[in-house]
Design a protein. Structure first.
Length: 368
């Protein structure tokens, strides 16, 4: 349920006389609580099987209306807290770093026409951060946490740094292109710039990402094509660092009770986190992910799904990551319940039994 508040604010900001016209403000949010069980095939030091809980809470505040020059606008921001993140923490890279939560879907959109707008934003305009082949479950593909390792199936090449974008509805699809001067997750420092929190600044070079997404005038179809270009910073790196460019093509199609989907993603200039949880620093990995999925609606409220994914890295001596995921979901109206089981080998590119394990997850969620 969304609570709508119509406001007629007449305020002055620092004596500049910036007034807002009549606008509609919408407040919404979500709460997810999850259970996770990770089981490796073989024990490895203290990285054995374990169970844990997780949560995500998010509040969204959105506003739209008309400016005093007649131009339509939209603005908003979200507060997202995952796990042990603290909304007030400003220590970049710490366990409770909340920079991503503070930069969640923050935007001011100015409409040039009814179908085209300019966006000054973070985590807002259409981009590559879409997992089309997880049709019934949730989260990114792969199997996380086995021996404290991270999947090598790329999630996306989108970053939460602030930037300037243009979005246009072309009818069959929506086209978006964005420029980020500092695409790093801590790219949003204070509005006064480089200050006492200078550790949050980043040396990352600017990035351009372009995305096309739509149904192409075919009922039940959803297609996404995206590409990003960025130059590597070439500092503090010991290996053969490559430019972190990326591309993605994905599609899903629904016909009746059945939905099928496929995804291809390639992302260069990356690190890898193998067993033990210590990431590489060479930024020389080119990661490739391929996946296919099918889902079936058992009833209007219940669905089952299956996804097969493969992740690879260009660096020699690593295994191809192969994961089978089974998921079921049930909609109770205000509350939804989902469960998924991931069985993988070659997880994080690890060879032999070290890369074999499974992850079982259950989540209950609600929106308001």
């Amino acid at each position: 349920m969304k609570n709508k508040i119509t406001t007629a604010l007449v305020g002055t900001l620092f004596g500049l006389g910036l007034n807002s016209a009549i606008a509609q403000t919408t407040v919404s949010g979500n709460l997810n609580i999850a259970y996770n069980a990770v089981t490796p095939k073989v024990a490895s030091g203290d990285k054995n099987s374990y169970r844990t809980t997780g949560q995500e809470t998010q509040i969204n505040i959105q506003n739209k209306g008309t400016l005093n020059n007649g131009m339509a606008y939209a603005a908003g921001f979200s507060w997202e807290i995952d796990g042990n993140e603290a909304l007030g923490d400003s220590t970049a890279g710490s366990a409770s770093d909340s920079s991503n939560g503070r930069n969640e879907n923050t935007y001011i959109d100015l409409y040039v026409t009814k179908d085209t707008y300019i966006s000054i934003s973070s985590d807002h305009i259409p981009n590559s951060d879409v997992t089309m082949t997880n049709l019934v479950g949730w989260g990114y593909l792969g199997a996380q946490g086995v021996h404290n390792a991270t999947t090598i199936y790329p999630a996306s090449f989108n970053d939460s740094g602030y930037g300037l974008g243009v979005v246009s509805n072309l009818g069959p699809a929506t086209f978006a292109i964005g420029f980020q001067p500092n695409p790093g997750k801590a790219g949003g420092s204070s509005d006064s710039g480089h200050n006492i929190k200078q550790a949050e600044d980043s040396v990352a070079n600017s990035k351009i990402e372009a995305t096309l997404r739509g149904n192409m005038n075919v009922k039940g179809l959803d297609v996404l094509v995206s590409a990003a270009m960025q130059k590597a910073e070439k500092i503090n790196v010991s290996g053969a660092q490559v430019d972190p460019n990326g591309r993605r093509a994905a599609a899903k199609y629904n016909f009746g009770d059945v939905t099928v989907a496929a995804d291809y993603i390639r992302l260069a200039g990356q690190n890898r986190t193998p067993a033990g949880g210590t990431a590489t620093t060479t930024q020389e990995h080119t990661l490739t992910g391929k996946s296919a999925a099918i889902a079936y609606a058992l009833s209007p409220n219940a669905s089952v799904g299956y996804t097969r994914s493969e992740g690879k890295t260009s660096v020699a001596g690593t295994e191809t990551e192969k994961v089978h995921m089974f998921a079921v979901g049930y909609n109770l109206g205000a509350v939804a319940v989902q469960a998924q089981y991931r069985d993988g080998k070659g997880i994080a590119g690890q060879t032999g039994d070290t890369g074999v394990g499974n992850v079982t997850q259950v989540m209950i969620s609600t929106k308001f």
